[in-house]
Design a protein around this ligand. Structure first.
Ligand code: F1P
Length: 596
């Protein structure tokens, strides 16, 4: 029997997926499991892709099911209670802005969301004539906002150094460390530092796995694992000295792609929490569960409103897919914070799909002064770091072709002459111009929800386009860039899933491809993981090459030729999976992945 629904929902979420059952891919945390909903995503057409990802996103709002494993969910009482406890701590900081700070930190999408939320809430304070009291840290600094640099998420000491710098002289700091998978060493070390300095810091961990599923492998140059830090925090939660906000939102539509649901849930949780804190800070009344639920429901409504446009989103997926298939580009040009969402989406395509930085790119139109910690790291840093209106006009417009797709993102609130001007210029070069415009009347969504709606659409468009390009097998990112330790182990896990070989054999195969043409010596084999990653991050198609080598028992060169002469990566792998005489892999024989 399903658990009773406690709250009136805006959307009806589908029945719980079997990922909640004990034993389903038991050795993987929720954030890395494969979602049963999207198992056939690679064979879906644009309309089906949108439908499947819509269902995955709806799981964010699904309630706890007592009949199953009993994972905490967004609407669970314990999650709402933790939010209320954190809010009162945030309010103490808001009341004393001179000596205090709220720091949001993370790597990749989590760091970009830390940035976006900081920009929004400092602006809110400015509007009220108050001092800004938010700041962000992203692994790799401001450059990582535009171009992904996952390697730096592995640097524990760098995390602490950055945190020390921003908190200098502060008497009280609320530190919000975001790591969707409870996995980034950069964030683990920062939380650990806070735990050692509880007189100043209140550490808060945001992520989407239970603590028992937090990463537990050794962190290079560091004494604890992420799980050990999280367990320490868990013990301190009762005395309100540390908090963990970690509802389950279900596996990602593309396994491990935490930029999707993880990123969306981070935005929902933190904006709800901070907005509620600001709303009630000057009132005598305490914040109530009801107030949180009201805000959370506006996000749920945004999901419903967004996917009423499924047909149009599917058309966008198709067009973006066609551009990528023809080796052309997809540009997403957004006004104000919608531009940040666009940049975020483009940057993540590089590690997720092994894309080139110019395949899918976001641009921010409008004023970007006072947004960044160190704008100089981004301005005039070359084509790879292009992100602004000036950059778009100077670097993209002149070389735009008829095969490229340009998607404009804006709100219908009076700045249309600016939009029109740019559209006219773009239309001279390509007819593949689309607009995603948010209404300010009728089906109107508030700012935060407009941003989330945009994020859902862009995630679907860029993911769907790469599915159509043949970059996904079932729902696995088989061409991910092996650029940090989490991604290294995800690569090994993908190899195991599709070949059925042992972890040791898959790891050996991966190293062979990484070091090719060098022969693997014992010295190489026993080198630190960071050495393997530094080399792998610079190479293309490391995972598909290894997969082919393992499936066909062939050389790296032969695998590369096969990939080069195949219509897509997926086609090359499927041909090898079906090659005569090959043993069936784990994914085919045991969809629960229990034998991994
Ligand atoms: C951080 C992150 C992801 C990105 C990629 C590498 O993950 O940068 O945002 O998509 O998977 O890791 P997390 O620390 O939030 O789990």
């Amino acid at each position: 029997m399903r658990g009773m629904k406690k709250y009136r929902h805006v959307i009806e979420t589908p029945n719980p997926g079997k990922w909640e059952l004990a034993g389903y891919e038991a050795n993987l945390p929720i954030s890395e499991k494969s979602n049963p909903i999207t198992r056939e995503l690679d064979k879906a057409d644009p309309v089906q892709i949108v439908q499947l990802l819509k269902e995955c996103d709806a799981e964010i709002f699904q309630e706890e099911d007592e009949a199953l494993l009993n994972y905490k969910r967004l609407y669970s009482e314990s999650v709402l209670k933790t939010m209320i406890d954190i809010i009162s701590k945030v309010q103490e900081v808001l009341k004393d802005p001179d000596n205090t700070l709220i720091v949001l930190s993370g790597g990749g999408t989590s760091g970009r969301l830390a940035f976006l939320i900081t920009v929004s809430f400092n602006k809110l304070l400015k509007g009220l004539g108050q001092l800004p009291c938010y700041t962000y840290i992203i692994a790799g600094g401001d450059r990582s906002l535009v171009v992904s640099q996952e390697g730096l998420e592995d640097c524990a000491l760098l995390g602490i150094e950055e945190l020390r710098k921003v908190c200098e002289g502060k008497k009280k700091v609320v530190f919000i460390g975001i790591s969707c998978g409870l996995s980034a060493p950069f964030v683990a070390a920062q939380l650990d530092f806070c735990l050692n300095n509880l007189d100043i810091f209140l550490p808060v961990l945001v992520g989407f796995n239970p603590v028992s599923m937090a990463r537990n492998d050794r962190i290079e140059g560091w004494h604890s694992t992420f799980r050990q830090v999280a367990e320490r925090m868990q013990k301190l939660q009762e005395s309100h000295k540390a908090f963990i906000l970690n509802p389950a939102v279900g596996p990602e539509g593309i396994s491990g792609s935490s930029r999707m649901k993880g990123g969306s849930a981070t935005k929902i949780l933190l904006e709800t929490l901070l907005l509620a804190a600001h709303k009630t800070v000057s009132k005598e009344t305490d914040i109530s569960e009801k107030c949180l639920l009201e805000i959370l429901r506006t996000y749920e409504r945004a999901h419903k409103v967004t996917y009423t446009q499924s047909k149009k989103i599917a058309a966008l997926v198709k067009q973006a897919g066609t551009s990528l298939q023809k080796k052309a580009c997809v540009y997403m040009v957004g006004w104000h914070t919608l531009g940040i969402i666009a940049i975020m989406d483009g940057a993540e395509c590089i590690p997720t799909f092994g894309a080139d930085y110019h395949d899918v790119r976001g641009f921010l139109i409008g004023d970007h002064s006072e947004m960044f910690n160190k704008e100089a790291d981004l301005i005039a840093q070359g084509s790879q770091f292009a992100f602004s209106q000036e950059d778009f006009v100077k670097m993209v417009l002149p070389s735009l072709t008829a095969l490229d797709t340009v998607l404009f993102l804006f709100t219908l609130d009076g700045e249309l002459t600016e939009v029109e001007k740019l559209v006219v210029q773009v239309k001279e070069k390509t007819s593949n111009v689309q607009a995603l415009s948010h209404a300010t009347v009728g089906q109107y969504l508030p700012k935060f929800q407009r941003e989330l709606s945009t994020k859902w659409i862009l995630n679907t468009v860029s993911t769907g386009a790469h599915v159509l390009k043949g970059k996904i097998l079932h729902n696995h990112m088989v061409d991910l860039r092996v650029s940090n330790s989490k991604l290294f182990w995800r690569a090994v896990s993908i190899l195991q899933r599709f070949t059925g070989h042992s972890q040791a054999r898959c790891q050996e195969g991966l190293l062979k491809t990484i070091y090719d043409p060098e022969v693997l010596s014992d010295e190489i084999r026993s080198a630190e993981l960071s050495k393997h990653i530094a080399i792998a991050a610079e190479k293309n198609q490391v995972v598909p090459t290894t997969l082919l080598c393992l499936l066909r028992n062939c050389s790296v060169q032969e695998a590369q030729v096969r990939l080069d002469t195949s219509p897509s990566i997926r086609a090359a792998i499927e041909a090898s999976l079906n090659a005569p005489g090959r043993k069936r892999g784990a994914d085919e024989s045991d969809p629960t992945g229990r034998n991994m």
